[in-house]
Ligand binder design. Structure first.
Ligand SMILES: CC(C)(COP(=O)(O)OP(=O)(O)OC[C@H]1O[C@@H](n2cnc3c(N)ncnc32)[C@H](O)[C@@H]1OP(=O)(O)O)[C@@H](O)C(=O)NCCC(=O)NCCS
Length: 142
C-alpha cells in the first residue's frame, strides 16, 4: 500500500498531476486552483504520491470533501477508501462532528465508495455540474 502523507504547498504540482489523470478537462483543477485551495483556512490535503489525493476542509465543527482522485492504474486496490478514511480521521481530530460531500449522481463508483464508508444521501442538487448532471449531497457523522 502506498503511504498516505499530508500534502503541503510543495506538493501542488503532484496533486494537480493526479487530478488531471482522473477528471475530464472541464473538471480538472490545475496547479493554480490547487494552490488556492491549499491556502484557504481549514484545508486538509493528503497525497499518496503518484497514486491518489484527497482535499477536504474542516471548519467550525463541520467538514467537507472537496475532491478525491485515484489514478486509473491504482484503482480498485483500496486506495480511494484509505484516502477517504484518513481524511475522515484527520477531520475528526480537528473537531469536525459531521462530514459532507457532493458527488455526481451518475458517478456510481464514487457513490459506492462513499456508501461503503457510511455516507448517506441527504439531498440532491439538480443540474449542479457544467454538463447538466445532478449532484447528490451525502453526509456522515464522524
Ligand atoms: C472514485 C475513485 C476515487 C475510487 O478509487 P479506488 O481507489 O478505485 O477505490 P477503492 O479501491 O478504495 O474502492 C472502495 C470501494 O469503492 C467502490 N468502488 C470502487 N471502484 C468501483 C467500481 N469500478 N465499481 C463499483 N464500485 C467501485 C466499492 O464500493 C469499493 O469497495 P470494494 O472494494 O469493497 O468493492 C476513483 O475511481 C477515481 O478517482 N475516479 C475518478 C474521480 C472521481 O470520480 N472522484 C470522486 C468524485 S467526488
Amino acid at each position: 500500500m502506498t503511504e498516505i502523507e499530508p500534502a503541503s504547498p510543495a506538493h501542488t504540482g503532484a496533486l494537480a498531476a493526479i487530478h488531471a489523470a482522473c477528471f475530464p478537462p472541464t473538471e480538472r483543477w490545475d496547479a493554480a486552483v490547487i494552490a488556492t485551495q491549499l491556502s484557504l483556512p481549514g484545508t486538509l490535503a493528503l497525497i499518496a504520491p503518484g497514486g491518489g489525493m484527497i482535499l477536504a476542509r474542516a471548519i467550525a465543527g463541520e467538514a467537507e470533501i472537496l475532491t478525491l482522485a485515484v489514478i486509473p492504474a491504482r484503482r480498485q486496490q483500496g486506495l480511494g477508501r484509505a484516502l477517504l478514511i484518513a481524511a475522515m480521521t484527520e477531520a475528526a481530530r480537528r473537531g469536525a462532528a459531521v462530514m459532507f460531500l457532493e458527488v455526481a449522481a451518475a458517478n456510481a463508483r464514487a457513490r459506492a465508495l462513499y456508501a461503503a464508508a457510511g455516507f448517506r444521501p441527504v439531498g440532491r442538487r439538480p443540474r449542479y455540474y457544467a454538463n447538466g448532471g445532478d449532484a447528490v449531497t451525502m453526509a456522515k457523522d464522524l
